[in-house]
Design a protein. Structure first.
Length: 613
């Protein structure tokens, strides 16, 4: 979305009132809020009847049969703004103040090694990125000339309820939010979403639309950002890193929040969010380099701190003091009943080894309530369930990220995340330059950028990397070289970061050059030839003189040279050329490059040497 707006300003806003968008019919139904709250690990039901109806309609009409219809059974169309509003409300309705976005709908995050967090997990990572998303649309809305936009009546009710909740509780942002208020806010947000969902599941969209004001949406966006920024501040750790994932616990009228250990993912997300000022970003990066996440042998970063995991014989041990505090456990042991616990030959006490989780314990307690242990089982149910969680700490179980020593596990560098870090730090560097931050801070940010870049495989020897360094690999565990070759997501970030290093940017539909990150040693020291494919699909060769640097952008050759002043020349295929004193092309020429019309043969850009490091 950011790229679209940069290349085609106003394009997204032009979609605000165009009914060109649809909703997919997905036969998974999210349960009502009260059921989610009761068991947040079981929140989605598959509707077999709806699935069969979709399949039948697809057989009749093709892919359109898998789209939602209105009351007249026609495909239901909405505008772009409604789609964005629905996306935003879906996230905000799962917002827990000072915790993040609740993982209550059995959905994975970016890092599926943390999937076991679903239910009690709360993602600050999603909240950091939601901030960037909301900031972007705040900008788009402010530039819109529209005053009123029509949105589905059903969604407007959801929007109004969510908006009023945020407005009502915004005075609480002056300080920390209590567990009681946190529960009230979550209840209000969750109920609004639940009522909207259940209506759509039962009745669909009726096709009636009402107007919302753009100014009202701007005010709502601002309120969301106030709550998001408040939560980001609350999640700064004592070591200057930021929390990635938290744990929520519901009890009666309160929602409490606990924290997990530091994770690289959280630092990347907060650096990407746009929330941090230059000096704050530097503080995070300094703390990251000093943390347990830095792996010196590869000069890079692991996803989570290493752990000393307990061995099998260290697990499932009930302390004698806990036995002494429970009459039920004492009676079970005395009676030789092994349904819930037993004593080993060395005198140690353990829960039934067949229990997978607290639900199995609950079932065993239910069985006891039908016999001689009935009264004690009813009385001490909470005590035993609490003890079980205390011993196993299942709530804090993240998945393979906390138990494996490979893949996205303990001690592993996950190269895609390191490249995400690189891109996030580059964005912080460029923002610091644009904001005219203290040159000393900018310099230190750049040092972190180059260090992270040097730690990525392409700059290493095969011996150190453990594989061909120019091939993308998934991860590097602590005990061996790079593993799982393949076209990983890392490649995308590396390409984006490289264009940033070269200083190729687009803003307001105009291509411009500002290589503030580029290093002087990248310029050629001798004559070189660059092979490339032109916009006409022809194999071409370009000679590079000493002291120059060349690459292609949209298949158009670009040559950098060092000069006494900034200037730019555009050479056309018809033999003509055009000179510029500035390093920015006009919209017309930029568009020709973006569309690869073949009219432009080469761009030569001259920079003052002061730019290079």
């Amino acid at each position: 979305l950011e790229i679209i707006e940069k290349h085609q300003p106003g394009k997204l806003a032009s979609y605000f009132d165009k009914d060109w968008f649809v909703y997919a019919a997905v036969p998974y139904m999210i349960k009502p809020y009260d059921q989610i709250l009761k068991n947040p690990k079981d929140t989605i039901a598959f509707d077999l009847g709806w699935d069969q109806a979709i399949r039948k309609q697809r057989a009749l009409t093709g892919a359109d049969g898998a789209l939602l219809t209105d009351g007249s059974k026609d495909i239901y169309h909405v505008n772009f703004l409604e789609k964005i509003l629905a996306t935003t409300l879906a996230k905000i309705s799962n917002f827990i103040p000072e915790a993040g976005i609740w993982l209550s709908t059995q959905r994975p995050e970016w890092n599926d090694a943390n999937n076991a967090l679903v239910g009690n997990g709360v993602s600050m990572v999603t909240l950091y990125y939601l901030r960037r998303f909301m900031k972007f649309f705040e900008q788009i809305l402010s530039g819109s000339k529209m005053e009123q936009i029509k949105v589905s009546s059903e969604l407007i009710e959801f929007y109004h309820s969510t908006r009023e909740t945020l407005y009502q509780f915004s005075p609480l942002l002056a300080k920390s939010i209590s567990d009681t208020d946190r529960k009230i806010i979550l209840d209000r947000l969750g109920t609004a979403a639940s009522e909207y969902r259940q209506h759509i599941y039962k009745s669909g969209f009726w096709g009636k639309k009402r107007s919302v004001s753009v100014s009202g949406l701007q005010k709502f966006t601002s309120a969301c950002l106030d709550f998001i920024d408040h939560s980001i501040r609350a999640n700064k750790r004592a070591d200057s890193l930021y929390h990635a994932y938290n744990l929520m616990s519901v009890k009666d009228s309160i929602v409490s929040v606990a924290h997990l250990s530091e994770m690289l993912e959280g630092q990347v997300a907060v650096l990407s969010s746009g929330y941090l000022r230059a000096e704050e970003a530097l503080e995070v990066l300094d703390a990251l380099k000093s943390s347990a996440l830095f792996r010196e042998d590869q000069y890079s970063y692991i996803l989570y701190p290493n752990k000393d995991l307990p061995g099998f014989l260290e697990k499932n041990i009930i302390p004698e003091s806990e036995i002494a505090s429970s009459k039920l456990m004492q009676k079970l042991l005395a009676g030789g009943n092994k349904e819930i616990l037993e004593q080993d030959i060395q005198g140690g006490y353990h829960f039934n080894g067949n229990f997978k989780n607290a639900s199995d314990l609950e079932s065993a307690l239910n069985n006891l309530e039908e016999g001689e242990y009935k009264e004690l089982a009813e009385k001490e149910r909470g005590l035993l369930v609490g003890l079980f969680e205390k011993i196993f700490n299942h709530k804090a179980f993240t998945g393979r990220s906390g138990t494996f020593f490979g893949y996205e596990g303990l001690g592993s560098i996950y190269w895609h995340m390191v490249s995400k870090l690189l891109l996030a730090v580059q964005e912080c560097c460029l923002k610091a330059v644009e904001d005219k931050a203290d040159p000393a801070i900018v310099g230190k940010l750049l040092e972190h950028y180059y260090e992270i870049n040097a730690g990525i495989g392409v700059h290493k020897s095969p011996e150190l990397y453990g594989a061909f360094p120019t091939d993308p690999y998934s991860h590097t565990p602590q005990h061996r070289g790079a593993q799982q070759p393949g076209m990983t997501g890392q490649v995308k970030e590396d390409i984006l970061a490289r264009f940033g290093e070269l200083g190729v940017f687009v803003k307001d539909g105009q291509l411009f050059f500002n290589p503030v990150l580029l290093r002087k040693d990248e310029f050629s020291k001798e004559i070189q030839h660059i092979e490339y494919i032109s916009t006409r699909n022809e194999q071409k060769s370009m000679q590079m003189e000493p002291g120059s640097l060349g690459f292609t952008y949209c298949q158009v050759p670009v040559v950098y040279k060092v000069s006494e002043k900034d200037s730019m020349t555009v050479d056309f295929e018809n033999g003509s050329s055009k000179a510029f004193d500035a390093l920015k092309l006009d919209r017309d020429l930029s568009k020709k490059i973006f569309q690869r019309t073949g009219e432009i043969r080469q761009i030569t850009v001259c920079f003052r040497e002061i730019r290079f490091r």
